[in-house]
Design a protein around this ligand. Structure first.
Ligand code: HMH
Length: 209
């Protein structure tokens, strides 16, 4: 049996996917050798990312078949808590938010905005790939030591893995009805997510002050 579409995209781009989910930022988080400026940069920029990701989730819901509502509404509920959680984590660290958006974060936000021109199937693949990258990245470097434990758990926990699995099934079912052109777009979008994820880690890792 051929691989389902989403798994096939990861298989076809396994090197790019590896770079998106294994990075010195995560490795040094796990080793406890990251300096606060690096983690804080990630935190304030990821908050800005999640704001834009929330808008993307809203557009995805608007395009989705009713059968996909439950999962996407559940996801939006988690995102609601996540935005508040980011705010409290920043406050604990004495960080002013919102911070100025760095070009790397902006590139990712522009990518998500551009997805509004794509079909539901392509958007569903992008949404899955973005969540899958964080699930795999944090889980693959867990358990994290304090003060990073709750960050590793947020995206590395088993329930989140299950959610990402349902997103994958939904994206696959949308792709089953897609044209060859949409399939090609979807594959390209996964590759773009991989590059944007790697760049995002690198942005935070390179922060020095
Ligand atoms: C950069 N990718 C990035 N940030 C996130 N919070 C996620 C994925 C998961 O939503």
């Amino acid at each position: 049996m051929p691989k389902a579409a989403c798994a096939g995209f990861l298989h076809a781009h396994s090197e790019a996917w590896q770079s998106a989910t294994v990075h010195p930022f995560l490795q040094q988080c796990q080793q406890g050798t990251l300096v606060p400026a690096q983690f804080n940069t990630w935190l304030v920029q990821d908050y800005l990312f999640v704001i834009e990701f929330t808008r993307f989730a809203g557009r995805l819901l608007a395009a989705a078949p009713v059968a996909h509502f439950d999962t996407l509404l559940g996801g939006l509920t988690v995102i609601k808590d996540e935005l508040q959680w980011f705010e409290s984590k920043a406050q604990e660290r004495g960080l002013a938010m919102p911070a100025a958006m760095q070009p790397t974060c902006q590139a990712y936000c522009l990518f998500m905005q551009g997805l509004m021109r794509e079909s539901y199937a392509v958007q569903a693949v992008a949404f899955w790939a973005i969540e899958r990258a964080y699930n795999q990245g944090w889980q693959g470097h867990s358990p994290m030591p304090e003060p990073y434990t709750e960050f590793g758990d947020r995206w590395g926990n088993e329930r989140f893995t299950d959610y990402v699995g349902v997103l994958e099934q939904q994206a696959n079912s949308a792709l089953a009805l897609a044209t060859d052109a949409e399939l090609a777009r979807a594959e390209k979008v996964v590759l773009e997510v991989a590059r944007l994820e790697k760049d995002f880690w690198q942005m935070a890792f390179a922060a020095a002050d």
